[in-house]
Design a protein around this ligand. Structure first.
Ligand SMILES: [Zn+2]
Ligand SMILES: [Zn+2]
Length: 174
């Protein structure tokens, strides 16, 4: 999304708070990155930006509920987000790579890419594993049946195909 550059240079020394509730800040890049993510309850974010000599101190919060497919069974899972963050962003020194900053220097002064920053914070806020429920049994690796609905006929309860292979090896050794 374009047009979310905050003019850091114009912010008074005591800082300023910005609020964001435009869902396309998150759904736009999610779509671009092919990430399956729906907004279940609107996301909202606040950013407090305090200008520093070569950057800004940034403190914020991102909250809302998103829908994502369960890692194990692909059913829709609700992920509640309430993520706080705080850090200092600085312009890279001359000659340094500009990879780790959301700042840029223009004729008008220092600007902060709020859209980039808020997308990155969503990525940081998401859990490593999305589960529809903590004890989701997932899909059978052999037949694809949803084991939350009923056990399938591929293996006895608790049977792991990899363990079965090991058991087979032991039998051959005898
Ligand atoms: Zn699941
Ligand atoms: Zn099966």
């Amino acid at each position: 999304m374009a047009g979310a550059w905050l003019p850091v240079t114009d912010i008074p020394a005591e800082g300023r708070e910005f609020s964001f509730a435009d869902q396309s800040l998150w759904t736009g890049p999610a779509h671009e990155h092919g990430l399956s993510l729906e907004v279940a309850e609107p996301l909202s974010a606040t950013l407090v930006v305090i200008p520093q000599k070569r950057g800004a101190y940034i403190k914020g919060r991102l909250a809302g509920v998103v829908g994502m497919p369960c890692d194990r069974c692909a059913a829709a899972a609700r992920v509640t987000l309430d993520h706080e963050f705080e850090y200092v962003d600085e312009l890279p020194a001359p000659g340094e790579a500009a990879e780790d900053t959301w700042l840029r220097e223009t004729k008008a002064g220092l600007e902060l890419d709020a859209a980039g920053l808020l997308w990155e914070q969503l990525m940081l806020a998401l859990p490593t594993h999305v589960l529809c429920k903590p004890d989701c049994k997932g899909l059978c690796a052999v037949c694809g049946a949803d084991l939350n609905v009923a056990p399938c006929a591929c293996a006895p309860a608790g049977g792991d195909p990899r363990m079965a292979a090991l058991r087979g090896l032991k039998i051959e050794k005898k």
